[in-house]
Write a protein that binds this ligand. Structure first.
Ligand code: FAD
Length: 462
């Protein structure tokens, strides 16, 4: 490859934000160069995030569903776990998707440059010795797992990437951090046979979600995970026979507890400080985030930033939409990133899903709200599936009756959340949802029924 490349748009980072921006820019007729340091495109999401975790969660779900069938008269016996095959299958899922991206880049004539990029000036990047001169840049360099400095470096201490490698199934696993990533990986390892403890500093799991929803989740998993809330890890000692973990807080065990592995899942930190962004004049804050306006422009007019590196929520679908906006603005369109809501989903069992304003946020913001809750104990489909623990909640603006948020816990909650997101984006009110005929018996009937509760046409529920 030549040591100099000139391009209209360089995209730094080939994750969901980066490849979406690159493809949209190319579709709009721009000449695009995409820089990625991994050997495959797809970023964290496709390689070590969303996709491999869901492939493993699928395996976990089949194991759990099969074991639950015994009480309905069908027994499958103890599952035989072949870790090599599970790993191969997960890797083949990743390969299908990342390979597909290569093809899509080729089709659009997006030049993919492999290597680590750093800014050398306001219009130049160095990628392992190759100079890229650009008219516009989109920074999509993502984030990485947070490490806790007091935890020793040891093969038995893993982050989400290590957990997805599935090297073994530890007998006793501590999940440090009761957020989405920790709980998803805990779900996988428990189904494969690990005994799981979860420790969370806050007084509830998934602290961003509403308490009522999380209460249902926590009740359901209480026989599967040992959950220690309002508790923190203060020390980890690596010994030959395991990791000895000391806790402090409300539910802390008095003595250090021995684990075979510890999964640290306490959040992700943006990669903003690793790019020499100052050489291009781009401001990076003390945590490594890059601020942008609603057109995804940084403080430097021709340099944009998108995805995890610009802030919360660190989610792939947010990165994709921001990427599209950046590319469209560069091509001359007057677009903005201004969604009313961004969905969040924990693909646990049961799933936890919310979109728009949470009840907690509404209270903090002093909004005049009313909620309507439909318990799945009254859903024919939930009863027929033996999964009645779920709940659907809609949050309305009391002043105008519009839906401003919603949350669900239960099987397939994530797949059903889109309807509530659409309602929020379109400014739908309770009547719009209540009069929309939902098929029977489905779990997403619960959305229409929650709206009917708000409208006052259903009053008697179990
Ligand atoms: P990234 O995906 O982080 O991609 C950035 C890319 O830039 C990386 O490939 C990196 O190698 C490259 N890069 C960085 N610096 C440079 C450089 N200087 N030069 C060249 N290349 C560089 N989100 C969801 O929406 N749904 C989920 O179900 C979900 N599950 C997750 C599960 C796990 C275990 C994890 C860890 C994350 C999950 N996420 C999920 C979050 C999601 O992966 C991220 O929000 C998303 O990948 C962010 O996209 P991005 O484009 O901003 O950055």
């Amino acid at each position: 490859m030549s040591n100099e490349i000139k391009t209209q748009v360089v995209v730094l980072g080939g994750g969901p934000g980066g490849y979406s921006a690159a493809f949209r820019a190319a579709d709009l007729g721009l000449e695009v160069t995409l820089v990625e340091s991994r050997s495959t495109l797809g970023g964290v999401c496709l390689n070590v995030g969303c996709i491999p975790s869901k492939a493993l969660l699928h395996v976990a779900k089949v194991i759990d569903d099969a074991s639950e069938m015994a009480s309905h008269g069908v027994s499958f016996g103890k599952p035989e776990i072949d870790l090599d095959k599970i790993r191969d299958w997960k890797d083949s899922v990743i390969g299908q998707l990342t390979g597909g991206l290569d093809g899509m880049a080729k089709m659009r004539k997006v030049k993919v440059v492999s290597g680590y990029g750093k800014f050398t000036g306001s219009n130049t990047l160095d990628v392992d010795g190759t100079t890229i001169t650009f008219d516009n840049a989109i920074i999509a360099a993502g984030s990485q797992p947070v490490n806790l400095p007091f935890i020793p470096e040891d093969d038995r201490v893993i982050d989400s990437t290590g957990a997805l490698e599935l090297k073994d199934v530890p007998e006793k696993l501590l999940v440090l951090g009761g957020g989405i990533i920790g709980l998803e990986m805990g779900t996988v390892y428990r189904a494969l046979g690990s005994q799981i403890d979860v420790v969370e500093f806050a007084d509830q799991l998934v602290p961003a979600a509403d308490k009522d929803i999380i209460k249902i989740y926590t009740r359901y998993v209480k026989d599967k995970f040992n959950v220690m809330l309002s508790t923190k890890v203060v020390a980890v000692e690596a010994k030959d026979d395991g990791l000895y973990v000391s806790f402090e807080g409300k539910n802390a065990p008095a003595e250090p507890v021995r684990y075979d592995k510890v999964l640290v899942a306490v959040g992700r930190t943006p990669n903003g400080k690793l790019l020499d962004a100052d050489k291009a004049g781009v401001n990076v804050d003390e945590r490594g985030f890059i601020n942008t306006d609603k057109q995804m422009k940084t403080n430097v007019d021709h340099i944009y930033a998108i995805g995890d590196i610009v802030g919360q929520p660190m989610l792939a679908h947010k990165a994709v939409h921001e990427g599209h906006v950046a590319a469209e603005v560069i091509s001359g369109q007057k677009h903005f990133f201004d969604p009313k809501c961004i969905p969040s989903i924990a693909y646990t069992d049961p799933e936890i899903a919310w979109v728009g304003v949470t009840e907690k946020e509404a209270k903090e913001q002093g909004l005049n709200i009313e909620t309507a809750v439909f318990p799945w104990a009254a859903s024919g489909r939930a009863i027929a599936s033996a999964r009645t623990e779920g709940q659907t909640k809609l949050i309305f603006d009391k002043d105008n009756g519009r839906i401003i948020g919603g949350a669900m816990v239960g099987i397939n909650a994530g797949e059903m959340l889109g309807e509530i997101g659409l309602a929020v984006e379109m400014g739908a009110d309770g009547e719009d949802l209540a009069l929309t005929i939902h098929a029977h018996p489905t779990l997403n009937e619960s959305i229409g029924l929650a709206a009917e509760i708000f409208e006052g046409s259903i009053t008697d529920l179990p």
